[in-house]
Design a protein around this ligand. Sequence first.
Ligand code: PLP
Length: 394
Amino acid sequence: MIYADNAATTKMSELAINTLINTVREVYGNPSSLHSTGQKAKKILEDARVDVASVINANFKEIYFTSGGSEADNQAIISAARLGEKKGKKHIISSAFEHHAVLHTLNKLEKEGFDITLLDVHENGLVVPEELEAAIREDTCLVTIMFANNEIGTIQPIREIGAICRKHGVLFHTDAVQAAGHLHIDVEKDNIDMLSASSHKFNGPKGVGFLYAKKGIALTNIIEGGAQEKGKRAGTENVPGIVSMAAALKDAASRIDEHKEILSKKRDRLIEGLKEIPHSALNGDDKNRLPSNVNFCFEGIEGESLLLLLDNKGIQASSGSACTSGSLDPSHVLLAIGRVHDVAHGSLRLSINEEVTDDEIETIIKDVKEVVEYLRGFSPVWRELVNGEREYIL
Ligand SMILES: *Cc1c(COP(=O)(O)O)cnc(C)c1O
């Protein structure tokens, strides 16, 4: 079996599993309890906070633990909106291909009267900093642009975007769920005010993540209750999950360069091999992309059928993001980079990890080629293309 769906979720590392189990077993106290069992839990919780902060060059006081990336995105955006509102600023800038945790939160704010500008990400899947700068207005209270896209893997010019926001005094949030543990992040140098991350995308457990919010940013609660997380996120902390996440993040961060070297070679070989399939195209920039991400469109086929047949051959991939699969709508990310509906339907995302061998990469190439050819063999659309009754797009 070849698991090539690491953008949807990753397998927990042995380190993360052991840390989780040991913590569950040894540290059962409630960090809010004043007795020693509680204080022991409080201590490892705070140690985890220091570890997480150090990976992104933040201060531990700027880290808020959440239930994952979605919650962190929601809280960051709602907080910035509430702060903006107080000053009469109700304009937010984002991009057309953000994760739904961002886009749906923005939709909600739009219904409340916020004005939302979604920047074009162009054919290469990249925001143009000059276009961002041109979109900033007197009443802009937030720019939220993802660090790396979960479907096509493109990496945004985050430092430049952050610098523009700082120059104009606008808060900058980035959904770094695909980047944390995989790319170097320095919230100081990268000019980031708020950042979301999720443990299960870097070999940690599911249902835990964090929000970084720069000192001085007053967060709005999404969950009301006790005074946990400096009163900004109620609920007894998921101590084992948090401690395991911190271990996974530190470990992942220490291997970024090593992994980049290994993965980008495999990624480039995959791209080279799949490009040989006629009437296919790589989605997103070929250089500015996560070392783990390959995303293609193949004309004349249905992505879902491709996935099922690949699964039968032991290759697990995705046609877009896990969140939109099951719906018949083509990926909003592929539409945002200008793929038309027909073509966007025939997409394949392979998100690899460092465990995939070179032989397995060749197997993937061979099997995808075979399955695409097989599916085209009985595709009415493909027949029309071949017969010249329809024009090739790719
Ligand atoms: C997975 C993902 C999320 C959601 O994170 P959860 O922890 O699953 O809630 C948000 N943004 C991006 C870019 C993601 O890839």
